[in-house]
Design a protein around this ligand. Structure first.
Ligand SMILES: *Cc1c(COP(=O)(O)O)cnc(C)c1O
Length: 397
């Protein structure tokens, strides 16, 4: 080796270290595929299953460990796994817990892509699924068989917004020793604690697994996709973690940083979206064009009493069903007429969004005859959003 190392070597093995004592509220973004061990003893001793040390980028960095800890805190859980999207979190739970010959039960109003996963991949692997009525815990209790290994829960249902008796559903599954997994994307860990459903006689009545699309409220920026799978049971966590590791699911440090930056404001943003959405939902309920407003905090919305028992807050999300006299193309014209509301999937960002849904694609027996439109209320001025709704409704003929 020559006296002076090459420029590249000098740049790679540079002497710079962050100054000791530098502390900042901002978290450092640690990036790694490889993690260097001091010696073979250290390399042999470190275990990817525990957080006592770092082994490989896919198994975690200080940045992802920090985010896991914060999401576990948000959800009221103890352990957390991060995956590249909310849908990946659903597939992680399904893959870790279900084997050929098993069965999973999904609510009829479940998040659509999760249902498609059951219909396509799970069915192909010999894992059956059936849909249950989320508003009827007794029916769920009667549906379970020895093959039933997992019950998915969602509160409220995507798009149609029925709020179930979560405690009743969990109790039905638990009585038969079946695990429950809650998609907590709507509640975001803010509206209620998925691990503590507030049953006065049952201190620990909650879902076994709480999954969330961090893409939505925890990010809030419409710029990152991420999912989490949180637990309060180390054995269950390790079962999920083993599959997580074998599937090779990891998240990027920059994405982790975006969520870490957003998390401190999640409760404030949630509250602001909630106030605006409720104002607009009440206003929509007074419009002749609209037959039904679906928002769990509105009396008359399906499952309102269940929402009221568990929550005081609600996400900034609601759906409206138009009077059946309006054709689908008339409702589409209303959506096209909106200026501030942008047409787009997802929710929880600062831009208000709108999507029309064909109810017959969502439910075998649609409860309402008209066309449904879902709004995600952003952070614009509520009076501006109301004026936009008014002008687009006014243009309907
Ligand atoms: C968005 C969403 C998901 C999936 O999250 P992605 O990050 O978009 O994959 C899952 N469940 C619900 C209820 C959602 O709204």
């Amino acid at each position: 080796m020559s006296k002076r190392p090459s420029l590249s070597t000098s740049l790679i093995h540079h002497p710079y270290q962050p100054p000791p004592g530098f502390e900042s509220p901002a978290v450092a973004i640690h990036k790694a595929s490889t993690v260097i061990f001091k010696d073979t003893a250290e390399q042999q001793a470190r275990d990817w299953k525990t957080k006592s040390g770092y082994t490989y980028g896919l198994h975690g960095t200080p940045t992802t460990f920090l985010l896991e800890e914060r999401v576990a805190t948000l959800e009221g859980g103890l352990q957390c796994l991060l995956v590249p999207s909310g849908l990946a979190a659903i597939s992680l739970v399904d893959m870790a817990l279900l084997k050929t010959g098993d069965e999973v039960l999904l609510p009829e109003n479940a998040y659509g892509p999760g249902r498609e996963l059951a219909r396509q991949e799970l069915a192909g692997w010999g894992i059956a699924h059936r849909l249950y009525d989320p508003m009827d815990p007794q029916a769920l209790a009667q549906m379970m068989t020895p093959a039933t290994k997992l019950v998915w829960l969602e509160a409220p249902g995507s798009v149609t917004m029925e709020f179930p008796d979560l405690a009743g559903l969990v109790r039905a599954a638990r009585n038969q020793g079946v695990l429950t997994a809650l998609d907590n994307t709507w509640g975001a860990g803010v509206a209620f604690n998925g691990f503590d459903l507030g049953s006065p006689d049952e201190a620990t009545l909650g879902a076994d697994i709480v999954m969330q699309a961090l893409t939505k409220y925890p990010s809030g920026g419409s710029d990152v996709l991420m999912g989490s799978v949180t637990t309060r049971d180390e054995v269950l966590h390790l079962r999920l973690k083993a599959t997580h590791m074998r599937m090779g699911w990891g998240i990027g440090a920059n994405d982790a940083e975006l969520v870490l930056r957003s998390l401190p404001s999640v409760a404030l943003r949630y509250a602001a979206h909630d106030v605006a959405a409720r104002t607009l939902a009440h206003w929509c309920a007074g419009r002749a064009e609209i037959a039904q407003v679906l928002h769990p905090a509105l009396p008359g919305s399906p499952g309102h009493a269940h929402w009221q028992r568990l929550c005081t807050q609600a996400a900034g999300l609601f759906s409206v069903v138009f009077d059946a006299k309006y054709s689908r193309s008339q409702v589409h014209a209303f959506v096209d007429e909106l200026k501030l509301f942008k047409i787009g999937y997802s929710w929880a960002g600062s831009t208000s969004l709108v999507v029309p849904y064909d109810l017959s694609m969502i439910r075998a027996k649609p409860a309402w005859p008209g066309t449904l439109v879902r709004f995600s209320i952003g952070l614009e001025g509520v009076e501006d959003l109301q004026a936009d709704l008014a002008q687009a409704l006014g243009a309907m003929v």
